[in-house]
Write a protein that binds this ligand. Structure first.
Ligand code: AMP
Ligand code: GLY
Length: 434
């Protein structure tokens, strides 16, 4: 099968690493990819941010049969629908399987917080209580905020590059933020509508579900580390590391999650006729042993993929085909029982300003329990150079979290690029867990 994978981060390196292990994978193309994905397939310099015509031409010219979408942006812009319609008008290559991802309508679960909250409300899925406001009912919103318990959470409705959530500890600050979103366009159009919600106090984890819109299977869960500093301090990032499994996600808790959240979510897709053939990332929070949904994303997480995919023992191409053909009920997920931990190495200054283009050395090291995934890298004059904030994600297996982290850190000590930084404490709360 000829496969096109969209994206260029650590998530896409992990996916391409796994795809190329499948005997079903013939040609693997990654658009645009990074220096790591070029070891697994062929990188193609295609734009994936909304101009789907060039992608369509590429697929026709190279007999692509399966498209797997890594990031949310093409999904929210309707890549699934574009290819479905193009295929209906003029069929793609023989053996065309489809696009892995939700339809544009269903991708609003990530693209619009208000859409996601209303969906959860309709299906009685536990989540923080909320109300939404725009310019039209701004005064009512201010009143609502002034009377809200603290802390209070403000969310820009649309995609805001992971920055659209603000947690406020006092009412005046909350009203000022609300005003900046609605009247001063702090997040552009994404903040024209604001969801104001109850603050939930608990511990978060990421759940990944693969669905064909009717049936589902649950993939290994993970926990990511969002803050730049050790001990979960400092600014939010795209993710500085991840662990899987999550020790607090025990059987009792996961049964509650499946019954109260996963089943109603997938049944909701089905009963509302939402077309969804892909990954659902459910951001969960455990509050007094009860699960709540913080958010839905319509894709895999990054860096969670770098621990989830190595633990997945199924053939990923088989899973993708079962998803596209609505046969996911025939699949049994097999997981590696060991702990996987990934530690992300970033450019100094990230998540603020940083410099790209530094040569990376030490990438040729290996050990049987570790994999070096590339995130922001590219090849320049035969050298691998940094090309983003998050540069590498070094994943290792171990019998417990500390053992796995020690192996990743061992490799990172031999890797160098100017101003490289990584957290030393990924998995710290699970250090003693076996
Ligand atoms: P989101 O963009 O929805 O993923 O939100 C970013 C982060 O904000 C989440 O991962 C949580 O850490 C935090 N957050 C969002 N909503 C809430 C909430 N209702 N209560 C507590 N924390 C929240
Ligand atoms: N690691 C969180 C995300 O991918 O959104």
């Amino acid at each position: 099968m000829n496969i096109l994978l969209l994206g260029s981060g650590g998530r896409e390196h992990a996916l391409s690493w796994k795809l190329k292990q499948s005997p079903l994978c013939e040609k693997l193309y990654i658009a645009p990819g990074n220096a790591g994905t070029s070891e697994c397939g062929v990188n193609i310099p295609l734009r994936i941010d909304g101009d789907f015509e060039a992608m369509e031409q590429f697929c026709r010219d190279h007999a692509v049969q399966l498209i797997i979408v890594g990031p949310e942006d093409p999904l929210v812009k309707g890549v699934y629908d574009y290819f479905e319609e193009a295929h209906a008008k003029n069929p793609f290559a023989e053996g065309w399987v489809g696009v892995i991802g939700p339809s544009k309508y269903a991708a609003q679960l990530e693209g619009s917080k208000s859409f996601a909250k209303a969906f959860m409300e309709r299906h009685n899925i536990p989540t923080a209580s909320y109300k939404e406001f725009t310019d039209v009912n701004f005064d009512e919103g201010r009143e609502y905020l002034m009377n809200h318990a603290l802390p209070v959470v403000l969310k820009a409705d649309g995609l805001a590059a992971g920055k659209g959530v603000i947690i406020c500890n006092n009412h005046l600050e909350a009203v000022a933020e609300f005003d900046m979103m609605i009247h001063q366009h702090k997040f552009g159009d994404a903040g024209k509508r604001v969801v104001i919600e109850q603050f939930l106090n608990g511990i978060e984890m990421s759940l990944f579900v693969l669905t064909d819109g009717k049936n589902y299977c649950i993939l290994p869960e993970a926990k990511d580390y969002k803050r730049i500093g050790e001990g979960d301090t400092g600014l939010n990032t795209g993710g500085m590391g991840a662990v899987s499994p999550v020790p607090f996600a025990d059987d009792v808790f996961m049964t509650k999650v499946e019954e109260r959240i996963v089943k109603p979510t997938i049944n909701g897709f089905h009963s509302e006729g939402m077309v969804y053939k892909g990954f659902v990332f459910i951001g969960l929070i455990k509050v007094d042993n009860e699960p709540y949904v913080i958010e839905y994303n319509c894709r895999m997480g990054d860096p969670e993929t770098e621990v989830v995919i190595p633990r997945l023992q199924n053939d990923l191409v088989e899973l993708m085909v079962a998803t596209a053909k609505a046969e996911i009920d025939t699949v049994t997920i097999e997981q590696d029982p060991r702990f996987a931990v990934t530690v992300v190495a970033v450019s100094g200054g990230y998540p603020g300003d940083y410099i790209k283009g530094y040569e990376i050395t030490g990438l040729d090291q290996s050990n049987t329990d570790s994999i070096i995934f590339h995130a922001g890298t590219k090849t320049e004059n035969e050298a691998v150079v940094s090309n983003g904030g998050r540069v590498l994600a070094v994943t290792s297996f171990g019998n417990n979290a500390s053992d796995a982290v020690a192996k990743s850190k061992g490799l990172l000590e031999g890797i160098r690029f100017m101003k490289m930084y990584y957290r030393n404490d990924i998995g710290y709360e699970f250090a003693e867990t076996n």
